[in-house]
Every structure is written in C-alpha cells, then in structure tokens.
Design a binder for this molecule. Structure first.
Ligand SMILES: [Mn+2]
Length: 329
C-alpha cells in the first residue's frame, strides 16, 4: 500500500463542505468508492455532496438509496474541496470545466496506471486492485469512521474491480482488505447476489447476440465482437446493455485468447471499445492510444467515427501488438 501524504488528509480534515464525484457510467468501484467515502466523511459531521454527470444508472442503485445525486448544472461554488475518485484523467468526469469553476482545491484518488496527475493533491496507487481498496486505507490512515454502512460500499468495488478476486492485479492486500471489511459485519451475500445474479432478460439477449457473432484472429489469441446499433435496437436494448451483458469477460475467458475487444456502436455515431486481457498483455496502452485508458487487464476507449473504421484501426493495432507479445513466465 502506498502511504498517504499528510497534506491530503489535512486538507480533508480542514474542509467543512466537500463534493465527491467519479467517472461517467460508474462501475462498482466508482459507485462503491464514492458512497463509501461519503458515508465515512458524513459520520465525521461534514457536509458532503455527490455529483455525477448523467446520474449513476440503476446497476448500483442499492448503494444510493435515499441519496440525492446532483447534476453538474446544480453545482454552485462554496465547496472547500472536490474529491475525484477512480478517474485517470479529469475529462472522464464529463464536467471538468464546471469542477474548475467551483474554484476550490481538487483531490484525485485513484489506482489507474494511466492517471495523469491532474489535481492539487494526487494519490495514485497503481498496485491497488481498486479505488475502494485505496479509500479503505485512506479512511483507516486518517482515522475517519469505518462501519458496516461504509464497508458494504467499499466491498462492492473491491469485488467488481478485482473481477471477483480473479484479476491478475489481486494482491494479499486485496484479501486482507476484504477480510477487514467482512469483520465490520457486512452481509456480503446480498451484495454478491446483486452483482452477479442481477442480469435482465435483455442483458442475456445482448450476450447471446455477442456470443453468436464474435470472431477470432491470430490463432484465437484475439477475440473480437462488433455490436451494431441496429442489431442492439432490434433486441429492444440499447448500447449500455453491452456493459451489463457480461460479454467483455466472456471473450477473454476463451482459453486461446490473450485479449478480447468488444466494439459497441451507440446512437449519434459514437463508438466504444472495451478491452479485457490476460497473461500480462497490456491493453491500457492501446486504449490510451485511442483516447481512453484503464488498467493493464481491463481498459476502454470511445471515439466518434464510423464503426468499421474504428474496428479496423484497433484490430490492426491489436494484431501488431499480439504478434510482438511474448508471454512472460
Ligand atoms: Mn477502479
């Protein structure tokens, strides 16, 4: 674990009114780290608001019960500090200009190797399996309250970002953090149920479409699937169902696959690519090259261009990198 700068903790301790946010389309780590930190800081008596570009979706709404999430347009100056979690670069908030206009200090707490160090206080621990793991250590180091209500949020991100403790980035510290969170008295079974057994029929139909149309390249080392807007809509789904379908990890579950790339065409000509990899094949550099970012084993990017062109450019790069790649033993 990377130790925390005293100034960062001091800055939070001296702040009365705090805003916390994370990336657009929050995953379990973004949702869990924000809500876990917010609950802990509120227990210290501070006023803490949450803002999100475009809301938090419904996948993790169990963490946000009775919580009001502010839109960027509802924000006004008056915060002592903004804490941005689980974000490699500021634009992933979706409202970086509004954050800057608030005119206060910014704290960046993250674990992405691609983090640009955009804040006044940056704490980036690239060895941590999740931002929730980092927030857990921050709360403990600072001596802020840590109870089961905080723990259930942090546990959520710990489980999702470590891909249920299967990730190559999982360390002894990940398990120790899980153990300490369990000891707080959290009931992990309903959390796991909500995370793993919460797919909708439409999610499964999108998964079916993807599983019946994926292709293999380079002797099966690359698995790609292209989900086009018209095919997604024909199922009564929208592009976001690609994320909730589970297809990303299915592709890389193929024994031969080093990397899986899922291409998703959204409305308005926007295209996404989500990468998952194993055996140390680094997809974060490829995602960064196409304007995105993430982790060695899980990254994504999006662009505005025709999907055929996007698929071609990324596939060419993948073939080039896979051909050069040597599995390290
Ligand atoms: Mn994360």
């Amino acid at each position: 674990m990377k130790s925390f700068d005293h100034d960062l903790i001091q800055k939070v301790n001296n702040s009365k009114k705090i805003l916390v946010t994370s990336h657009i389309y929050p995953d379990g780590d973004a949702a869990g780290s924000v809500m876990g930190l917010v609950r802990s800081l509120r227990l210290t008596g501070k006023t803490v608001d949450i803002a999100w570009f475009n809301g938090v979706g419904d996948r993790f709404d169990f963490l946000f019960e009775k919580e009001s999430i502010l839109t960027p347009q509802e924000l006004h100056p008056g915060y002592d500090v903004v804490m941005i979690l689980d974000i490699g670069s500021e634009d992933r908030t979706g409202f970086q200009d509004i954050i800057r206009e608030l005119g206060c200090s910014i704290i960046n707490i993250d674990h992405h190797a691609t983090n640009t160090g955009f804040a006044d206080y940056d704490h980036v621990d690239i060895d941590a399996s999740s931002t929730c793991e980092v927030v857990f250590h921050l709360i403990k180091t600072a001596g802020w309250p840590l109870d089961a209500s905080v723990g259930e949020c942090l546990y959520t991100g710990l489980v999702t970002d470590s891909r249920h403790f299967q990730n190559e980035g999982v360390t002894a510290d990940t398990f120790l953090t899980a153990a300490e969170l369990k000891k707080l008295g959290i009931d992990s079974a309903p959390i796991i149920r909500r995370l793993v057994q919460n797919r909708t029929a439409i999610d499964l139909r999108v998964l079916g479409l993807a599983l019946s149309t994926f292709e293999l390249l380079c002797n099966g080392q690359i698995a790609i699937v292209v989900l086009r807007d018209k095919d997604i809509k024909a199922l009564g789904a929208d592009y976001r169902h690609a994320w909730s379908s589970g297809i990303f990890s299915y592709l890389v579950s193929l024994e031969s696959a080093l990397v899986g790339a899922s291409f998703i065409e959204a409305e308005a000509g926007k295209v996404f690519c989500e990468f998952r990899s194993k055996l140390g094949f680094d997809v974060s550099r490829i995602a960064a090259r196409f304007g995105g970012g993430g982790h060695r084993g899980a990254s994504g990017c999006s662009q505005e261009k025709p999907i055929e062109q996007f698929v071609q450019e990324i596939t060419d790069e993948l073939i080039r990198q896979v051909t050069q790649f040597k599995v390290s033993t």
